[in-house]
Write a protein that binds this ligand. Structure first.
Ligand code: NAD
Length: 361
């Protein structure tokens, strides 16, 4: 990082932003690739800011006497239905070919959230009869170690889907590692060719990224019309925001993207029929950001300390649920909305991949 950037960051750190906000700003700058590889550990931050994850602080937004309550989309229930159909097809495949789909997961390091996500994916595979394999690598492993694991699974004919659990530790070259993935097994849909084909008219990606696909599936299954509607996506990451906006366009929505540098985001969201929020900022989307009767899909999942929970934390979304549920007509909860559907879309992609490779219809 340049001297100017460092000085500027130190200025922000000392004088302008308390710790949590500073960390968030840093993450945003990193995710927008404005700062390259700063070491958070070396910054020695003072612990002077306690986040308030409640959105009760703005009661004026709640209109008294407003009884409207949105339909809450149950991602778990929808997942159960889809997973039971996947299990049927896996049984059929086993009966006809003596083979089942296989998913390989590469996990680097011991991040708590990544461990939880991988565990959930493995359990989901087991439930539907998909074979799963996990390679765990230490945090300090080299690019070559991850690439070797990818290449081993590329060659394994019992593996039809490979996913590298993201984010990877900072020293690893994510781009190089994802490039090494065999396109036909890229069930996360993050290979540049899959992403490129998603963006191009007239082309079809082999796989669509799971979380964006989950958002669209939730909309379609709940009867929300997408064609011709104004949609706003908050966030423009390669994993969620960008592919979600591309998918919504494929479904003929008129899409606007909001990101960390967008001015007056609430003016833009308040005109939208569909809002998909994937910023990772608790309670970013308030009741007065949303048009009456709009549909709100909350992708955000941020862990916040909660000692009453077994793990010591709970997950919260980007949306101030208590406010927005009174304004929107459809809303997804966190947890229990997009999360379970994302895992289900991974199962769908793995089954599709196995069917394509084994020529099974
Ligand atoms: P990211 O950090 O890579 O991207 C965040 C995006 O949000 C960036 O484009 C940034 O510009 C934008 N942003 C940040 N702060 C903003 C603000 N104040 N206003 C407007 N835009 C802002 O994150 P990601 O990987 O895209 O994930 C986003 C969230 O979705 C996270 O909470 C993550 O945990 C969650 N997620 C959930 C699932 C799921 O299955 N439910 C899957 C993937 C990610």
């Amino acid at each position: 990082m340049s001297f100017v950037a460092l000085t500027w960051m130190n200025c922000i750190r000392r004088h302008l932003l308390p710790k949590a906000r500073f960390l968030h700003t840093l993450q945003v700058l990193q995710s927008e690739q404005i700062l390259m590889s700063p070491s958070l550990a070396s910054l020695d931050l003072p612990d002077i800011w306690t986040p308030n994850y409640s959105c009760q602080s703005s009661p004026a937004i709640l209109k008294s006497g407003n009884e409207q309550t949105a339909m809450v989309l149950d991602g778990k229930l929808m997942s159960t239905e889809i997973r039971s159909k996947i299990a049927d097809q896996v049984r059929q495949m086993k009966k006809c070919l003596g083979k089942v789909p296989g998913l390989a997961v590469i996990l680097v390091g011991q991040r708590k959230d990544s461990l939880t996500y991988v565990r959930n994916k493995i359990i989901a595979c087991e439930e539907v009869g998909i074979k799963s394999l996990v390679t765990e690598l230490p945090t300090d492993c080299a690019d070559a170690d991850v690439q070797n694991a990818v290449m081993r699974f590329n060659k394994d004919p019992s593996v039809h889907g490979i996913l590298v659990q993201l984010p990877l530790p900072q020293h690893l070259d994510e781009e190089k590692i994802l490039d090494a993935l065999c396109l036909e097994k890229d069930v996360d849909g993050f290979h540049p060719l899959n992403m490129g084909n998603l963006a191009l008219r007239g082309r079809e990606p082999l796989f669509t990224p799971c979380t964006p696909k989950a958002c669209i599936e939730l909309l379609i299954r709940s009867g929300v019309k997408i064609m011709g509607k104004k949609a706003v996506v908050i966030g423009r990451s390669n994993i969620v925001g960008l592919p979600t906006s591309l998918l919504l366009q494929r479904h003929h929505a008129t899409v606007t993207i909001i990101h960390a540098f967008t001015e007056n985001p609430e003016q833009i969201t308040s005109k939208a029929d569909i809002v998909v929020s994937a910023a990772g900022v608790p309670n970013l989307v308030r009741g007065n950001w949303i048009k009456s009767g709009a549909t709100v899909i909350d992708v955000g999942t941020s862990p916040v300390e909660d000692l009453s929970c077994e793990e010591g934390y709970r997950l919260v979304g980007d949306v101030c649920y208590e406010e927005v549920v009174k304004v929107a007509s459809v809303i997804t909860p966190v947890p229990g909305g997009v999360g379970p559907m994302t895992v289900t879309m991974l199962l769908v992609n793995t089954l599709d991949s196995a069917k394509r490779m084994l020529n099974f219809t």
